[in-house]
Write a protein that binds this ligand. Structure first.
Ligand code: 13P
Ligand code: SF4
Length: 338
């Protein structure tokens, strides 16, 4: 590691302590960002962690909807997204207005929204889900007909696992659609003993070739537990860092080097430091939206694993915010030595 990086990391860690902050990072983040995070995980694990942390500040190393979910679960904490432009193009493929129009055409329909969506869209949904609990959430619903938004491929995958009728939105992940069935077929010939694990955001023809269809957290667990020594990985390339680090005796082969999410790569060590120095950019969801969005997220946490913040935890968040406000804005410009 270069001297410059060592200094940068020292500064981030010391400021993290001074701010009483926690660093949460998604499995697709750059290796150096994952390495200094307090917790690395998938969307469900990150939201569970955000809901439970005692820290006053969450530095969210991921994309916008993930930081918003953290803010929805604990609106009185300060949630920082070190690059405010880190969005999710799939989440942008639906708006609350368009969803409202669709709901008018399907009166009374139950709406399940993938966590990769804006807070406004979540506010219009009955319940959320992630790739880790989507089938479980859908199966726990009383309704037989469900409008699933916005990922058509995750929706298609769920429909192969349930008897319920799913009406699908036409969104997709531009990163996962880059993984082609020919990539998997070629790699299976090259590594005949390898297992194939893919994310449910992949195209159906890619999913059809997989041994395992898993969230990124599920992939991390599968890689640890399996006896297989070689695994073809059909998801964003950033996860390979963690898989190799945790399983040095196993071989991980990326299904496609083109499966890069440019938004996930916007978070860097430099931006994390600036963010902690400036206490910005902050992601905060307006109250009228977060109350309705939180109902959908909490329903998911109850149905699909995980626990929503208790009244006591939410009270604790409230008093943290009051303490922070009392300290005033001067403290937002802590200077660093070294
Ligand atoms: P996971 O919840 O499986 O980590 O997926 C998040 C995501 O954005 C996949 O593209
Ligand atoms: Fe969104 Fe796809 Fe990036 Fe995940 S990998 S954040 S779904 S664009």
């Amino acid at each position: 590691m270069e001297d410059r990086d060592v200094k940068l990391i020292e500064k981030i860690l010391s400021l993290k302590k001074a701010r009483n902050a926690v660093i949460l990072a998604h499995n697709y983040q750059l290796g150096e960002v994952q390495d200094i995070a307090d917790f690395v995980g998938d969307s469900l694990e990150l939201s569970q962690n955000a809901a439970k942390t005692d820290a006053e500040v969450i530095v969210f190393c991921g994309v916008h909807f993930m930081a918003e979910t953290a803010s929805i679960l604990c609106p009185d904490k300060t949630v920082l997204l070190p690059d405010i432009h880190a969005g999710c193009p799939m989440a942008d493929m639906i708006t609350a207005e368009r969803l409202k129009e669709k709901k008018k055409k399907l009166p009374g329909v139950t709406v399940v929204c993938y966590i990769n969506s804006s807070a406004e869209v979540k506010a219009e949904a009955d319940v959320c889900c992630t790739s880790a609990n989507a089938v479980k959430v859908i199966e726990s619903l009383d309704a037989d007909e469900i409008l699933f938004v916005p990922d058509q491929y995750l929706g298609h995958y769920i429909s192969t696992k349930t008897n319920k009728k799913l009406i699908l939105w036409s969104g997709f992940c531009p990163t996962h659609v880059r993984i082609r069935s020919d990539d998997i077929k070629r790699l299976k010939l090259e590594y005949p003993h390898a297992q194939v694990m893919v994310h449910p955001e992949c195209r159906p023809e890619v999913i059809a070739l997989a041994n395992e269809v898993l969230s990124t957290g599920g992939m991390v667990r599968f890689a640890r537990q399996t006896e297989t020594k070689a695994i073809i990985v059909g998801t964003e390339v950033g996860i390979i860092h963690r898989l190799r680090k945790e399983n040095p005796d196993k071989k991980f082969i990326s299904a496609s080097e083109q499966a890069v999410c440019p938004n996930m790569k916007l978070i860097t060590l430099e931006k994390m430091l600036w963010s902690l120095e400036e206490m910005a950019p902050e992601v905060r969801v307006p109250e009228e939206i977060h109350i309705r969005a939180r109902a959908a997220v909490n329903r998911m946490l109850k149905m699909g694993g995980g626990s929503s913040p208790s009244a006591k935890e939410q009270e604790k968040c409230q008093s943290m915010r009051e303490r922070q406000d009392a300290r005033g804005s001067n403290e937002n410009h802590l200077s660093l030595s070294g």
